[in-house]
Design a protein around this ligand. Structure first.
Ligand code: PMV
Length: 325
């Protein structure tokens, strides 16, 4: 089945109302997704576990318009239809239209200064807005599948809090969706450290494919990622912060190790990323419980508890601290 078949099998045939609205938050994976078993359907080689960050995300309204093309606005600016951002959205909207076009007005509250990609919250918010516009009343699991077709990690942004995205076994991916873990952790903090916010040269999709095809170490990754996910889930359920942090940091470094061992190498880090890693390790030597995780970019995300928030803010002057619960 291709992506259009999947969408057709999920959505009831409904005439759109004139308007819809959706919002979703970004998420940070604690146990990462790296590598696709199906590129068109964004089906992963391994399950992943994330935490959603409230107040950082996307709000999107959608309107059916009488036009010959989509009109896409990002943060109050019309995006030319030739730009990659608009092209990706229009291609995604093709799955859902009946000869109609859409006006999409989207706002990202993710500060560019935080160095975070917002495609996860973007596609999750868009799918929620479509569900609202067409009155499909789809379950969150179905919305997660549709969001996944826009961007893999968007499958997790349908939910708040801790979330597991199951890799699934089926070829059609109808068993590859995210679900929340019913556990709140009031003391947990996530700190965003900006190193560089310019667009990366290798997209995560391209980086994953290069790693899967040209890295001998990659074959060890899916198994390790599944084991880390179990450890992290257990640490969450018993609120064992050190095990959570230790496993999440090791998981991120292992993912980056596969990228570095790819030919030609993929290294998203900059020298300041490495300096910041050393700073985190030095703080741990001083009994400050802080860990980091990193995605396909040079920026670090720190994990720590409320009790260390003051000292962490002293040590990292430009940090943006988020309280996930
Ligand atoms: O969903 P994508 O294509 O943006 O890929 C996300 C990849 C990582 O951020 C590196 C890992 C993850 O699980 O979010």
């Amino acid at each position: 089945m291709n992506a259009q078949d999947i969408v057709t099998s999920i959505i009831p045939h409904k005439i759109p109302q004139q308007k819809g609205y959706g919002q979703a938050n970004i998420n940070i994976a604690l146990s990462k997704y790296w590598g696709k078993r199906d590129i068109e359907l964004n089906l992963p080689n391994n399950s992943s576990l994330s935490i959603s960050l409230p107040s950082l995300g996307t709000k999107t309204s959608i309107e059916v318009i009488n036009s010959t093309e989509d009109a896409i606005y990002l943060n109050n600016t019309k995006i030319a239809n030739e730009e990659l951002f608009a092209k990706r959205i229009s291609l995604f909207l093709n799955y859902f239209r009946n000869n109609n076009y859409f006006k999409i007005i989207t706002h990202n509250s993710v500060p560019t200064a935080a160095g975070l990609a917002s495609s996860a919250s973007g596609y999750a918010a868009l799918v929620i807005a479509l569900n609202n516009c067409f009155q499909w009343r789809l379950s969150n699991n179905k919305l997660s599948i549709l969001a996944r077709l826009g961007s893999g990690s968007a499958a997790r942004s349908i939910f708040d809090g801790f979330v597991i995205w199951h890799k699934g076994q089926q070829q059609d991916g109808l068993d590859s969706f995210a679900e929340p873990i019913n556990m709140a952790w009031q003391e947990l903090r996530v700190g965003l450290i900006k190193i560089d916010t310019t667009a990366k040269k290798i997209s995560s999709t391209q980086g994953m494919q290069n790693t899967v095809n040209n890295c001998e170490l990659y074959q060890a990754w899916p198994k390790k990622a599944e084991q880390d996910l179990i450890k992290i889930k257990q640490a969450i359920l018993v609120k064992d912060f050190n095990n959570l942090g230790k496993t999440a940091e090791n998981n991120a470094l292992s993912m980056h190790a596969t990228m570095i061992a790819t030919m030609p190498p993929i290294l998203y880090w900059q020298s300041e990323s490495v300096t910041t890693m050393h700073k985190v390790w030095q703080l741990r030597e001083q009994a400050i419980n802080v860990y980091f995780t990193m995605d396909a970019g040079p920026n670090l995300k720190l994990l720590f508890l409320e009790q260390d928030e003051y000292i962490i803010k002293q040590k990292f002057k430009n940090i943006i601290v988020i309280k996930p619960f």
